[in-house]
Design a protein around this ligand. Structure first.
Ligand SMILES: C[S@@+](CC[C@H](N)C(=O)[O-])C[C@H]1O[C@@H](n2cnc3c(N)ncnc32)[C@H](O)[C@@H]1O
Length: 262
């Protein structure tokens, strides 16, 4: 799936690994995402747009919140993992180029989507225009430039793995530090009351955020091989992350919220 000529989104929702990807994302990041969404006051009657809905867990959370009179539109380049539900409409949609209604939504949310899109600032402008006056935009995005290993065996291998992952994502058009600049970009796009909250965790082998990285060793295996890793390296880095002594600081996960002026 291509969003701009020459750039391909690295994770494929048709992959046999994508159910696991969406399970890991929901387990690791739904708690901070939904806590920040709840702070907007989202409730019955709101019209919401969930962009790049992935496995659909946040779209379902929103549909429950806005019931019985509200509505949620969940879109994705490939929405095959989003279950239909009362109050929830699912649509195949490329946010970089398919039409979006103007001034339609009380709340728009996108998690770990704009990070992957080379034309993210143009997408941000489109999302701002799709908000009603007074409507909220929340972007949840990583800064993967920080995330040191803290304890355990073969930490240089883990750090080399993180570097290769950052490089292969950037080669596909992602911006690994987007989380840190999303707030300033939202202000520049005309939103007000913009607040960016960074979240970091200590990861061990039981952490859902770390399980997402383990999953990447499978889902992105071919790309790791193209970036200098071998299958043996991938097996060894999985063993590092499964070690009881392993500890790492997570990457930084930003929840960023702002409002279209009323
Ligand atoms: C990293 S996943 C995140 C999924 C979900 N937002 C979450 O955080 O659990 C990124 C999602 O964005 C979708 N996506 C990528 N490019 C897109 C585009 N141009 N338009 C709409 N969705 C897109 C992908 O198909 C994928 O489901």
């Amino acid at each position: 799936m291509t969003s701009l000529a020459g750039h391909r989104y690295v994770f494929d929702n048709d992959s046999t690994h994508s159910d696991e990807q969406h399970r890991c994302l929901a387990a690791a990041y739904d708690p901070p995402t939904t806590a920040a969404l709840a702070a907007t006051g989202v409730g019955p009657g709101w019209r919401c747009l969930e962009v790049g809905a992935g496995g659909g867990s946040v779209a379902h959370w929103l549909a429950d919140r806005v019931a019985p009179t509200g509505a949620v539109l969940a879109t994705d380049l490939n929405p095959r993992h989003v279950r239909a539900a009362p109050g929830l409409t699912v649509a195949r949609h490329d946010v970089t180029r398919d039409p979006l209604p103007e001034a339609e939504f009380d709340l728009i949310h996108a998690r770990l989507v704009l990070l992957h899109l080379p034309d993210r600032l143009a997408v941000l402008d489109r999302l701002v225009r799709a908000l009603k006056p007074g409507g909220w935009l929340q972007l949840d995005e990583f800064d993967i430039s920080y995330g040191p290993a803290l304890a355990g065996p073969d930490l240089p291998l883990y750090e080399r793995f993180l570097t290769a992952k950052a490089e292969l994502m950037e080669a596909a058009g992602a911006l690994g530090t987007w989380g840190r600049s999303a707030g300033a970009a939202m202000t520049a796009a005309g939103l007000e009351a913009v607040e960016a909250s960074p979240h970091v965790w200590t990861w061990d082998r039981n952490s859902p955020g770390l399980h997402l990285l383990v999953h990447h060793t499978h889902h992105l295996r071919d790309k790791f091989l193209a970036f200098g890793f071998t299958d043996d390296d991938l097996t060894r880095v999985r063993a590092v992350m499964a070690d009881p002594a392993f500890r790492a600081c997570s990457c930084v996960f930003y929840t960023v919220r702002g409002r279209r002026p009323a």
